[in-house]
Write a protein that binds this ligand. Structure first.
Ligand SMILES: [Zn+2]
Length: 188
């Protein structure tokens, strides 16, 4: 099983409990969440990452932080293998997030406009709860893999099943984050 994984996964390695991938990596046909073999279509996910210190820009202002994060974040597309159970779960989360986020704002506006005055507060609060629920769904959906570090060549991801990682060859010593992530600082 591990031999198959080694042969079928160019550009993918494991290191310190992280999945390490190049931008054109082909992952083994096993679910990243449970390690089971799968023939399901790959989930295409775009990830972005920026150094954690960028968040101090929030103290300068939300807009400088958003602009800096948009301009300077490193991005990577990963085609994520998932079993049918996990693929359905993440698709449902994506659908719920879209439905709740897109529905909550018009619901709050409609509640404020058309509901009888006594019920307006409840109606707007319900929309606010839907907005929060949508953000939670979006966050769980996004956590299928969590980027720890991304640069122009490689991405380092956590939230990956151990059995899945065991299919991959160890990360070569020359592949290291340049700075910031602090994940490979200990000696091998
Ligand atoms: Zn699975």
């Amino acid at each position: 099983m591990s031999i198959t994984g080694l042969i079928d996964s160019p550009g993918a390695w494991s290191g310190r409990g992280l999945l390490v991938v190049s931008h054109d990596a082909l992952l083994p046909q096993n679910c990243v969440k449970c390690g089971r073999p799968t023939n399901e279509p790959l989930l295409r996910r775009k990830f972005s990452w920026h150094p954690e210190w960028y968040v101090v820009l929030i103290f300068v202002g939300l807009l400088p932080y958003i602009i800096m994060a948009m301009v300077a974040s490193k991005r990577m597309v990963v085609h994520v293998p998932l079993c049918s159970r996990h693929l359905e779960r993440y698709k449902a989360l994506r659908l719920a997030a879209i439905f709740l986020l897109l529905g909550s704002i018009p619901e709050m506006i409609a509640a404020g406009k058309w509901l009888p005055e006594d019920f307006q507060g409840v109606g707007i609060f319900a929309g606010f709860l839907a907005l929060l629920a949508g953000l939670v769904c979006l966050s769980i959906y996004g956590a299928v893999l969590r980027p720890k570090y991304i640069d122009d060549n490689f991405g380092f991801f956590r939230n990956v099943n151990r059995d899945f990682l065991s299919l991959l060859p160890p990360c070569p010593p020359n592949i290291r984050p340049r700075y910031g992530a602090g994940i490979f600082q200990r000696a091998d």
